[in-house]
Write a protein that binds this ligand. Sequence first.
Ligand code: HEC
Ligand code: HEC
Length: 328
Amino acid sequence: MSDFTNGFWPWYVAGISLVSIIACALLLWLAGKATVMAHPGQAEDNTTGHVWDQDLRELNNPLPRWWMWLFIITVVFALVYLAIFPGLGSYRGLLNWSTQSEHKQDVTSLSTQVAPLYAEFTAAPVETLAKDPRALAVGERLFMNNCSQCHGSDARGSKSYPNLTNANTAWLGERSAAHIVQTVTNGRVGMMPPMGAAVGGEPEISELANYVLSLSGSPHNEIKAFSGKARFSVCAACHGVDGKGNKALGAPNLTDDYWLHGWGEAAIVSMIKNGKNNVMPAQAPKLTADQIHVVAAYVLSLSASTLPATSAGGVSGAAAKPVGKAMP
Ligand code: HEC
Ligand code: HEC
């Protein structure tokens, strides 16, 4: 209870609480003292003189004892509670307890419990952990809680969110422990500048897009692709002369079947014209280095480097290929 922004409110809150309790006690005391005043209609037989339904008379008895005691107990309980726990303005209570401190204690005690397990995990390289079922079980849970909202619970991603089960060739960076740890810790920004002006007008951009499609054997217009080939030189700086990408720059392989930002001429034209600024936020503020070590092992375990690139995430060329769109 220390988040008041103004010195007046703690007193105000504490005042209302205390005054209410004192008022209750006072009322109790007065009710115990006072007797109903005698009045003309009062009978001698200890009734108040109130009669209902012809013969139902109200007795003038004091409050029942058990009821009085219950009332006294609640008043005492309230005072003891407010002395022990925070409740009176900014007064912290005798125990100095707060939800925050309790949470902190829980976290600390949990961390001490799992510390030996994590110590064992962090002593091993990520590559070894990627074969340890216990580490993978923990890693999977970390993945579900921290990564699945973007990469999917099966890690197969979606448009603009990479499929992490892909083989190395379809990754933006190296599919390695170092790259995964680095990416998770610091996040990453995939940046391709808008290239429209460097390529030319609409026809030139369309020709280049068809050439890019031809690199992966996707349906394309051969004539346009032929004319577009020379224009690929402005892309080669990042994507390589052969279009196989450059992992150091995060420029993806354009010759495979995996399309992170969408498949087809329209998607490629849009990439050329608008470029891309694709951000993964750093996870270091949320995860400890030990947790990142373990989740990296899980991610590494998801794909063997020998697997072919799958296109379940992103937009699949194979699945999306509209028959007959290839040739005019
Ligand atoms: C808010 C969404 C978001 C979250 C959460 C997120 N990521 Fe990412 N991640 C992305 C995006 C977007 C990219 C692609 C960035 C780019 O285009 O360069 C990416 C890229 C990656 C890459 C690089 C893939 C490659 O091809 O090189 C890895 C590895 C990765 N994420 C792992 C994780 C792990 C593990 C977690 C959980 C600890 C996680 N991410 C959490 C959005 C997210
Ligand atoms: C300065 C480096 C750079 C240049 C030059 C560049 N690109 Fe890129 N390109 C990138 C990066 C980096 C990405 C990945 C963005 C991300 O991480 O999401 C990308 C992504 C793409 C994609 C999306 C691939 C997918 O899987 O969805 C296409 C298509 C593409 N570029 C085509 C081109 C073409 C065509 C040119 C030439 C006109 C070009 N790029 C020039 C860096 C570059």
